[in-house]
Design a protein around this ligand. Structure first.
Ligand code: FES
Length: 582
């Protein structure tokens, strides 16, 4: 009996002090759901379903779920769906990132505590895929990620529209009085018109490509539009593969390795992908004890070209990427730079896949390695006395003329301060200044929102100013663009140097040297550090998950994961202490 206790319905029994009684009772209750006894003997594939009425991107999941179930049944397994937390990007306050770790814990615990031999992870919207991959990595049973797929584009007059780069573009035009309120209201109903994730290479699509590169999703599935019939075929195939993995198990820890993580970083850079993805990949890798180092990111960035011409970096949309050849075409271009012996859920190596994977490539969307859109990767990490542990700039979505630059800092102490003063006609600011936002990092009460895309003051945007250097410890939506320095680490809320910047200070940015420096006397910086006090509410004034989060969340360079979620062998203390500046 003991061998059977590790399989199917008999896995991980509820403890009543009598194993035979536990399985008897479980089977009896399962029979109450109408299963026959023979069906209950089959291997079980759990399906982690993150459908929610608060998640527009997942609205097609009921149909997608059926396709996964069909695949599991065809392969001889028993599919059992279970719900998990869902994270609909725009429906969560203060920001979805705050709940990514909660969803990852939910996913891990429900995979581990319930009787399943393998799992299909049904996710898509920005934070759901990293949360599921983090949870599945920690649970470490065979797992296949199936993503929602991107939305289709829509139309406004002669223009194509896709969430959400165009949302920001039109909103900026509205702020600059170039679009009327009637027109912006009309556009509101045209930006997101189908099921699926944002239509550009934002965080969701970047994470879908990363999951496929890591080997956790089936080849060729990252870019299939949500409403395309191929998405349902991908669901069926994912169910089949998950069932097959029960006989020949390959666990996430065999798939997500140092080499596959490096491949994923290369792909992120070649896509000109979302800055959020570096945080998520760090967190996923961290769950398996793999360290993602920002200095390494820079080394890879220097030798990885940008190949994909999609918004927000380029001009096109995810559906174009799918028809242009998708991720397979990008991987083939990057082949000389990739580790080819990494393993996928299919049991094949990346090298095996790239031997077979070929086909039409639209070179307007996916460039050749020898003729890239940009010679260097889309992201660069900056270091210096303002960001001793690093900051991120998406250089592929920024204005190059601002890259080697010094400016006067105009400081906003919080998001509230920003909202109150940024459009004040009396604000002393001009286009050469650097806008600095403090207290928007992971431990702040704002929870590191996607607020790093700081608005250009109305009085400047009305004069045609489209970009300025903007610096914060916040994140930026993967669909946004601009010369925006993000994830400054350590953050303001732990007394990092960003907290010490004052209006009128000067900051030097050099993308060439990968530097971000506050031009200040060392003694003065030390004095400011000694005088600094935290303006965030103390832990005693916070409760529940909010308190757990503030207490345990790591910094951006640690993937903003909870320190206690790392594997036991790499557990370390929380870094939320005041940083000493020497
Ligand atoms: Fe879900 Fe953009 S809102 S992916």
């Amino acid at each position: 009996m003991s061998k059977d206790l590790e399989k199917g319905l008999s896995r991980g029994l509820t403890n009543y002090g009598d194993k035979d009684f536990s399985i008897y009772l479980r089977r009896s209750f399962a029979l109450s759901m109408g299963y026959s006894k023979s069906v209950l003997k089959k291997p079980i594939v759990g399906i982690a379903n993150s459908f929610s009425g608060f998640n527009n991107c997942h609205r097609h999941f009921p149909e997608l779920l059926e396709s996964v179930k069909r695949g599991v049944l065809l392969a001889g397994g028993l599919p059992i769906e279970f719900p998990t937390i869902s994270l609909g990007e725009v429906f969560l306050s203060p920001t979805s990132l705050k709940f990514r770790n909660l969803m990852s814990m939910d996913t891990e615990e429900m995979i581990s505590a319930q009787p399943m031999d393998a799992v299909v992870l049904l996710g898509g919207c920005d934070k759901t895929v990293p949360a599921q991959l983090m949870g599945a990595s920690s649970a470490d049973i065979p797992a296949v990620q199936l993503v929602a797929g991107p939305m289709m584009t829509s139309r406004h007059k002669e223009q194509r529209l896709g969430a959400c780069t165009d949302c920001r573009r039109f909103w900026a035009d509205y702020r600059a009085n170039k679009v009327t309120s009637e027109e912006i209201n009309l556009i509101e109903g045209r930006l997101a018109t189908t099921a699926g994730t944002c239509a550009v290479m934002g965080t969701a699509s970047t994470m879908a490509c990363i999951s496929e590169t890591l080997g956790m999703s089936l080849p060729g599935t990252a870019a299939i539009p949500a409403v395309h019939a191929d998405r349902l075929r991908a669901g069926e195939a994912s169910g089949i593969i998950a069932t097959k993995l029960i006989e020949n198990p390959i666990k996430p820890s065999q798939i997500i390795t140092e080499k596959s993580v490096e491949n994923a970083l290369r792909v992120l850079l070649a896509l000109g992908g979302s800055t959020n993805a570096i945080i998520h990949l760090t967190a996923i890798a961290g769950r398996l004890g793999i360290n993602v180092n920002l200095k390494k990111l820079n080394q890879l960035s220097d030798t990885t070209p940008v190949l994909v011409n999609l918004k927000p970096v380029g001009s096109d949309y995810m559906e174009d990427f799918f028809y242009a050849g998708g991720l397979g075409a990008v991987l083939r271009e990057l082949k000389p730079l990739l580790h080819l012996d990494t393993l996928a859920v299919t049991g094949e190596t990346l090298g095996d896949r790239l031997e077979q994977d070929s086909g039409y490539v639209d070179r307007k969307i996916i460039s050749k390695f020898s003729d890239p859109l940009e010679k260097q990767g889309g992201l660069v990490a900056l270091f210096g006395n303002l960001a001793p542990r690093g900051a991120i700039l998406k250089r592929s979505a920024a204005d190059e003329t601002l890259f080697e630059n010094e400016g006067r800092a105009i400081v906003f102490k919080s998001l509230e301060d920003l909202a109150n003063r940024i459009d004040d006609p009396e604000l002393d600011i001009n286009k050469e200044d650097f806008i600095v936002l403090q207290n928007a990092g992971p431990k702040s009460s704002s929870g590191m929102p996607e607020a790093g895309y700081l608005p250009i003051p109305k009085k400047l945007s009305a004069k045609g100013v489209k970009d300025m250097v903007r610096i914060s410890d916040a994140r930026m939506s993967g669909t946004a663009f601009g010369t925006i320095v993000l994830h400054v680490t350590p953050e303001s809320a732990v007394g990092g140097p960003l907290a010490l910047v004052q209006t009128g200070d000067h900051i030097r940015l050099s993308v060439k040297e990968k530097k971000i420096e506050l031009i200040i006397d060392e003694e003065e910086l030390k004095n400011r550090s000694e005088a600094w006090s935290n303006s965030e509410p103390s832990l005693e004034k916070r409760r529940g998950y909010d308190r757990l989060y503030a207490s345990e969340v790591g910094q951006a360079d640690e993937g903003c994961d909870f320190s206690f979620m790392l594997p036991v062998r790499s557990l370390k203390k929380s870094t939320g202490k005041k940083i000493e500046i020497k």
